[in-house]
Design a protein around this ligand. Structure first.
Ligand code: SF4
Ligand code: SF4
Length: 299
């Protein structure tokens, strides 16, 4: 129908300007992450909560948490010197949707002050169904959801526990809750035309043989792109996997799993596992080199 053709054209234009969604855009457009979301509502065994959310970032990185006002002032200052800035996202350092107030006030301020910049959000998906309407209303274009398993028994090996409505769950039960909420949330978003990317952390011996099934499932939920990210688990990061000596995948395994997933879903192979406060083109991070304090005073 005409509608679906228009929709596809709209999707295509959104993809073309997002450095993570389009492998050609990552040389032309810059992204910036605002670290406004410190709390989390679950515990991944590859994460040490002293560091940034490892659903999107490499472990061992600590971003300084900003208030929504500070973060948006920083985005305005960066946009003034970086015309290629096309996307501003919230990716941590905890889970953006475990910090609803801070996340949505940041998005509202961004909409007001940088109306042309696309907004993106990444989440573990636990709180997604209850806020899809707010996400859509605030004009978010892209959402990344980390789905590491679609089998609750496998999830039980990846997540230590989660919190919902003041109750703590673990094991298979936690896996079932998380999976149901991820599916409901992703379906609600994709039905409304939001572009959803799925991140999966590849954990040898736990989900390496399972990610093709994840790819197939998330395609059914309407997701657009699958990003298989290698587990990083060093003892010095103090994560459960790191301390237990869980092996990391080598690049041959990463390539093999992506190849297995690729018939189901387009694969993202250029993810850089950026910091929660990264700034610049993918593969470059100017968050540590730009004179941010100086720029914010002038903005
Ligand atoms: Fe860590 Fe992110 Fe997992 Fe929360 S969702 S435990 S911040 S990796
Ligand atoms: Fe894009 Fe990956 Fe960086 Fe997220 S972590 S902004 S998906 S390159």
């Amino acid at each position: 129908t005409d509608n679906s053709a228009q929709f596809t054209a709209l999707q295509a234009s959104k993809v073309a300007h997002h450095p993570c969604y389009s492998s050609s855009a990552h040389h032309q457009y810059a992204r910036m992450h605002l670290a406004v979301a410190p709390a989390c509502n679950l515990q991944c065994n590859y994460c040490n909560r002293k560091y940034d959310c490892s659903n999107e970032s490499r472990p061992g990185v600590v971003s300084q948490v900003l208030t929504p006002e500070q973060a948006v002032a920083r985005a305005v200052a960066v946009a003034s010197v970086m015309p290629q800035l096309s996307v501003v996202g919230i990716a941590g350092p905890g889970d953006p949707l475990a910090n609803i107030g801070r996340t949505f006030s940041t998005l509202a301020l961004l909409r007001e002050q940088l109306p042309d910049v696309k907004q993106c959000l990444s989440t573990n998906g636990l709180m997604l169904p209850s806020v899809t309407d707010r996400i859509i209303a605030s004009g978010v274009d892209h959402v990344t959801v980390t789905v590491n398993a679609i089998d609750p028994d496998i999830s039980a090996q990846i997540y230590a526990w989660l919190w919902v409505d003041g109750e703590r769950y673990s094991g298979r039960e936690a896996g079932e809750i998380l999976l149901a909420r991820q599916e409901e949330g992703v379906r609600k978003l994709t039905e409304k035309g939001i572009l959803v990317k799925i991140n999966s952390v590849l954990i040898p011996g736990i989900n390496d043989r399972h990610l093709a099934r994840v790819s197939e499932a998330v395609r059914g939920w309407g997701a657009l792109l699958h990003n298989v990210m290698p587990l990083i688990a060093r003892p010095e990061h103090g994560t459960v996997f790191g301390l237990n000596g869980q092996p990391e995948p080598d690049s041959a395994m990463v390539d093999a799993v992506r190849a297995e997933c690729s018939p189901m879903m387009p694969q993202m192979a250029h993810c850089k596992q950026c910091r929660a406060d990264a700034i610049g083109m993918l593969g470059e991070d100017r968050s540590q080199s730009l004179p941010l304090a100086e720029m914010e005073k002038q903005a």
